[in-house]
Ligand binder design. Structure first.
Ligand SMILES: [Zn+2]
Length: 468
């Protein structure tokens, strides 16, 4: 405890520690469209922070953190509108201190190993990745693909190390929003899962490119100074940081982003103003022809979301996008009972123009591009406590394996285990080469997928009709 106090004091002195003393969290239960409208009108209020995103059309409970100076007014608004609520966290700072205590009391990480009972800071994650590449050079290689605004190395993981031009690529990233600590933990667990079995079927057939921490400056800042920081750390005129998930060069600065640099969803001065998003876009473009699946991990809304983020319209292959994700959601539901919602970003959570998944889909032309929103912690708390990390990351992998299986089935020949040659036609990797229009297989598979959906799918029932 003394060590913790000393550390907190040191942090306070060095970086002007941001305290959330007396900030409260309200579990708010809207029950009408008018309630939704009222809550939406508070979205850009800087005294309010939505811990769980507000659903766009579906009326779901939402957790909102309110600053002490706004609490009376906030409660008045809720009561005037007859919106029911309960206070679930009386003092957010106490939750943060509790979480930090667990971090500082955890035993130090052993070289080459990682555990999922604590969160690691940037240098610990980097050290683990370098040790892993040294220890398992036949499975893992690293690439520093750029530098962050504060000059931290941006590192990606290749599994396996060889770059086989014939194999499909699955591209995974995490840590775009600094405070969503469970997302880098999730991706580190996926790396751990892939390297545990040296001859596993995934690595044989698929090249994985994985970035555990897209926004290391913001992530580090949440560890040292402000636990609830979301953006990058670039210096503006009045405020710091840009929302990296509004900074991509597709429909940039549209609905769901802000032009004000102090806002939490600030789109930036221009598209790709942030080195973190610019370097990420370059890596994605380098592999774009081979990337068949893009998964970007966030929290805490328990959703699989796909384009579009800027308009309510559905993308061309929405049936495929919906079909695969709803199977993944079913796998998680069957494993642990956790419910995931499936649908387009706009229709489920509302507009978010300039997001990475829209850019990956529209510009890099990756036809399966998703945001995976991991769930929140117990008691409607945004923070997932260290003792719950392992349960969450394992549970999510039940769904992630469904995506991996789909990519293997669609892009790798079952008969020969040889990757299919890409292009406008499919070539069987056997002695007889047949030209088959790719669409036939896609259509057939989707028909099977659609027919096998249970009629009373609880996940489907949560999604707006437009998504179907
Ligand atoms: Zn996020």
């Amino acid at each position: 405890m003394i060590v913790l106090i000393l550390l907190l004091l040191a942090i306070t002195a060095a970086d002007e520690y941001v305290s959330y003393k007396d900030y409260k969290v309200y579990h708010v239960k809207p029950s009408t469209k008018e309630h939704l409208r009222v809550l939406k009108s508070l979205k850009n209020n800087t005294n309010i922070d939505f811990w769980t995103p507000l659903y766009n059309t579906s009326i779901e409970p939402v957790n909102i953190m309110a600053a002490p100076k706004f609490q009376d007014q906030f409660v008045k608004i809720l009561e005037q509108q007859n919106i029911s609520y309960e206070i679930t966290v009386d003092d957010v700072e106490e939750v943060i201190i509790e979480e930090r205590k667990e971090l500082y009391n955890a035993p130090p990480r052993q070289s080459g190993h990682i555990t999922f009972d604590r969160y690691y800071n940037y240098s610990e994650i980097q050290a683990y990745l370098y040790e892993l590449a040294d220890k398992k050079p036949n499975l893992v290689s690293l690439e520093d693909y750029g530098r962050s605004y504060e000059k931290r190395k941006l590192t990606l993981v290749h599994i396996p190390p060889e770059n086989d031009e014939r194999k499909p690529v699955i591209f995974i990233d995490a840590g775009m929003h600094a405070r969503e600590w469970i997302s880098p933990a999730q991706v580190l667990y996926i790396i751990y899962m892939l390297v545990q079995e040296p001859n596993n079927e995934w690595i044989q057939n698929i090249d994985f490119i994985i970035i555990p921490l897209i926004n290391p400056d913001g992530y580090e800042y949440t560890h040292t100074t402000d636990r609830m920081w979301r953006k990058t750390r670039s210096k503006g005129k009045r405020c710091y940081g840009v929302d990296p998930n509004r900074n991509f060069d597709y429909q940039w600065s549209g609905l769901g982003s802000e032009p004000y640099e102090c806002g939490n969803v600030y789109a930036g001065k221009r598209p790709f103003s942030e080195p973190e998003t610019l370097y990420l876009s370059k890596v994605i473009m380098r592999y774009s022809k081979r990337i068949k699946l893009y998964l970007s991990f966030h929290s805490a809304a328990a959703c699989f979301l796909y384009p579009w983020s800027h308009i309510p319209a559905l993308p061309k292959n929405h049936r495929e996008l919906y079909g695969v994700a709803s199977k993944a959601a079913m796998a998680i539901l069957n494993a642990t009972g956790t419910k995931y919602t499936v649908g387009t970003s706009y229709n489920v959570l509302g507009p978010a123009a300039g997001s990475s998944s829209d850019w990956v889909y529209a510009v890099a032309r990756v036809k399966l591009a998703y945001v995976v929103e991991l769930p929140e912690g117990h008691d409607n708390i945004f923070v997932i406590f260290p003792e719950d990390i392992l349960g969450v990351v394992k549970e999510t992998c039940e769904g992630i394996k469904v995506f991996f299986k789909y990519i293997k089935r669609k892009y790798v020949s079952e008969k020969t285990k040889e990757p299919i040659v890409f292009g406008n036609s499919i070539k069987y990797a056997s002695s007889t080469t047949k030209q088959v229009p790719q669409n036939i297989f896609v259509i057939l598979f989707n028909v099977i997928l659609w027919k096998t959906q249970p009629r009373t799918n609880p996940i489907i029932s949560m999604v707006s009709v437009r998504d179907l």
